[in-house]
Design a protein around this ligand. Structure first.
Ligand code: UT7
Length: 352
C-alpha cells in the first residue's frame, strides 16, 4: 500500500527577535498579560524589504530538499500554504518556484489558503496526490509574514501580540514500508463565523468591516475602480480582526473532536501518540487539549513561547524543531491538529 512519507523537513525563522516588552513601545500591553493569556514570550519578525513570505519559504524549502537527499529538479509539484502572501495574486507557489529555480519541468504550483489549518489542509491535498501515484516528490511549503499587516496600536493588541513570522517546508514522497507514512487526515469547516477571525479588506465585497454602516462598494466617483480606499487606511481596516473568546471556545471543542476522529479511524488510542504537535495558537488551548486527551508533557510539543502564532507554518516549524532535537524518531506516531479562521479545522496521524 502506498502512503505518504516526510522525506525531508526544514524551517526558517527570521533572526529579528521581538519580545513582549518590545511591543509595549507601540501599544498598551505587558509581558505579564501576554505570557499569562497566551504563553508567548517572544516572536520573530522578518526584515522588511529584505525578507518576504516567499523568501522565507524558499530558505526552508532548500533545507527540506537537501535533507530529503534530492535536488530541486526532482520536485514534481509544489504546494504553498499561507495567508500572508507577497502579492494579492499570483500566489506564493509560483514565486517560490522562481526563487528556487525549479524551472526544468515547469511543474504545477498550487496555493492553499486555509489560515491556521493550512498545514493540515495542505497535507491532505499532498497525501491524495502521492497515494494516487500522480507525484513522487511534492514540495510543501508553509510560510507567514504577519508582521507586515498587523495593527500595532492599542486597539489592535488583542490580535497583534499573538502573531509571528516564520516558515517551514517538507518534501513528501511515496513509501511502501509497512506502517510508515500519513495514516489519516481529516478536515472540516463551518463558515457561520467567517468574519469573526478575518482580514476583510480589501476584497470583492468592496466594503469595510461587516456590521458597520460603511459596508458596501466605495464611491466610484471618489475612488474609481480601486478597492483600497483612503478611508480604509485612515480607519485602520486593513488589519485582521478577531473575536478571541469565540475562537478560543470553538477551538477547545473542535481540537479534541477532530483528533478523536483520526484516532478512531485508525483504531489507535491517545496513549499510543508519541508526539502531539498542535497548531501553536495559544499555549492555553494546547494545554486544554492535552488535558482532554490525557497526554503527558512528554507527549506534547509546544514552541509558541519562542515564535508566537505563525498560522500555517506553526505545525511544520514545531515538527522540524522537534525532529532536530531528536524528539521525533523513526516509527514514532505523530499527531497534528489545527483550528482557525473560517472556521476551519483538521487533524492528521503520521507514522514517521
Ligand atoms: O491561530 C488562529 C486562531 N486564534 C486563536 O486560537 C486565538 C484564540 N483566542 C485567544 O487566544 C484569546 O482570546 C486571546 C489571547 C486573543 C485574548 O485573550 P482573552 O483572555 O480572551 O482576552 P480578552 O480578549 O477577553 O480581553 C481581556 C482584557 C480586555 O480588557 P477589559 O475589557 O477586560 O478591560 C482587553 O482589552 O484584556 C485586554 N487585552 C489586553 N491587555 C493587554 C486584550 N489584549 C491585550 C493585550 N495586552 N495584548
Amino acid at each position: 500500500m502506498i502512503r505518504t512519507k516526510i522525506a525531508g523537513i526544514g524551517k526558517y525563522l527570521p533572526s529579528n527577535v521581538v519580545t513582549n516588552n518590545d511591543l509595549t513601545k507601540y501599544m498598551d500591553t505587558s509581558d505579564e498579560w501576554i505570557q499569562e493569556r497566551t504563553g508567548i514570550k517572544e516572536r520573530r519578525y522578518a526584515t522588511k524589504h529584505k525578507e518576504t513570505t516567499t523568501t522565507m519559504g524558499a530558505h526552508a524549502a532548500k533545507e527540506a530538499i537537501e535533507r530529503a537527499g534530492i535536488t530541486k529538479d526532482d520536485i514534481d509539484f509544489i504546494v504553498f500554504a499561507t495567508i500572508s502572501p507577497d502579492y494579492y495574486f499570483p500566489g506564493c507557489g509560483v514565486l517560490v518556484q522562481r526563487e528556487l529555480g525549479i524551472t526544468k519541468n515547469e511543474v504545477g504550483a498550487l496555493d492553499v489558503r486555509n489560515q491556521c489549518s493550512g498545514f493540515v489542509y495542505g497535507l491532505e491535498v499532498c497525501d491524495q496526490f502521492i497515494k494516487t501515484g500522480k507525484y513522487k516528490n511534492i514540495l510543501f511549503v508553509c510560510s507567514e509574514m504577519h508582521s507586515m499587516g498587523l495593527d500595532f496600536r492599542t486597539e489592535g493588541r488583542g490580535v497583534s501580540v499573538i502573531f509571528g513570522d516564520g516558515a517551514a517546508a517538507m518534501v513528501l514522497q511515496p513509501t511502501e514500508k509497512e506502517g510508515q507514512g500519513v495514516l489519516t487526515t481529516h478536515v472540516h469547516s463551518n463558515g457561520t463565523h467567517a468574519e469573526e477571525l478575518a482580514l476583510i479588506n480589501p476584497g470583492s465585497h468592496g466594503g469595510y468591516h461587516l456590521g458597520t454602516e460603511q459596508f458596501g462598494y466605495p464611491d466610484p466617483d471618489k475612488y474609481g475602480g480601486v478597492f483600497v480606499t483612503q478611508k480604509m487606511v485612515d480607519d485602520h481596516l486593513l488589519a485582521p480582526n478577531m473575536n478571541g473568546k469565540l475562537v478560543f471556545k470553538n477551538a477547545v471543542t473542535k481540537f479534541p473532536e477532530v483528533i478523536k476522529e483520526a484516532l478512531s479511524t485508525t483504531g489507535l488510542i491517545s496513549s499510543e501518540i508519541d508526539l502531539f504537535i498542535p497548531h501553536q495558537a495559544n499555549l492555553r488551548i494546547s494545554q486544554f487539549v492535552q488535558k482532554r486527551l490525557g497526554l503527558s508533557d512528554d507527549q506534547v510539543y509546544n514552541n509558541i513561547q519562542k515564535f508566537g502564532n505563525t498560522t500555517a507554518a506553526s505545525i511544520p516549524i514545531a515538527m522540524c524543531e522537534a525532529w532536530e532535537e531528536g524528539k521525533i524518531k523513526d516509527g514514532d506516531l505523530i499527531c497534528v491538529a489545527a483550528f482557525g479562521s473560517g472556521f476551519t479545522w483538521g487533524s492528521g496521524l503520521i507514522r514517521w
